[in-house]
Design a protein around this ligand. Structure first.
Ligand code: FES
Length: 179
């Protein structure tokens, strides 16, 4: 599911996107060799590279949008989709597969309404799959952020994800209480 976005607002040399101001036209000369540094700067500021920003970089550098897109997709350091606050990675390796990782993956997909590689609309979770975590004895394995969760089942992972969401829902109230 595509996360909701606010439209980009262009203002000559700067672009405002999702509340972040990007002044690429002021920081760079706008030569073709600025392409990768601009992509890096934009991703560092916004967190990923939406189409609006790729278009802006194409305009500023005079490089075609197709080439900008080609560079952004060639290098693994660049992301074209936003990532969530929490990563959920499901192992699809052989040991995990024979112990039901596919069922777990499908259940997470239906629970979060995302497919592999997508981020939930509230940007809380990004779901990914990996070939093997190297913890095959604990199969099936799901890694939530940096926590390796072994011998997973659909009930356990749903509970974990619901707990993370509940904590996230409580967080803004705590912040406003502190003000
Ligand atoms: S196959 Fe899943 S951890 Fe190795």
């Amino acid at each position: 599911m595509e996360p909701s976005r606010r439209p980009a607002v262009s203002n000559g040399n700067s672009l405002e996107f999702e509340g972040q101001k990007l002044a690429l036209g002021e920081e760079f000369v706008g030569e073709p060799h600025d392409l990768i540094p601009m992509l890096q700067k934009a991703q560092k500021t916004v967190g990923y590279l939406p189409e609006e920003i790729l278009r802006e970089i194409a305009r500023l550098t005079g490089v075609s949008l197709a080439k900008v897109y080609g560079v952004a997709t060639f290098y693994s350091q660049f992301r074209l989709q936003p990532i969530g606050q929490h990563s959920v990675r499901v192992c699809r390796g052989t040991a995990c597969h024979v112990r039901g990782s596919n069922r777990i993956l499908k259940d997470i997909q239906s629970h979060l309404h995302v497919t592999d590689g997508e981020t939930t609309e509230d940007r809380l979770f990004t779901l990914e799959t990996v070939a093997c975590f190297g913890s095959c004895a604990l199969a099936p394995v799901v890694v939530v952020d940096d926590s390796v969760c072994g011998r997973m089942n659909t009930m356990k992972i749903r509970t974990m994800l619901d707990d993370v969401r509940a904590q996230a829902d409580e967080a803004p109230e705590e912040e406003s209480d502190a003000q």
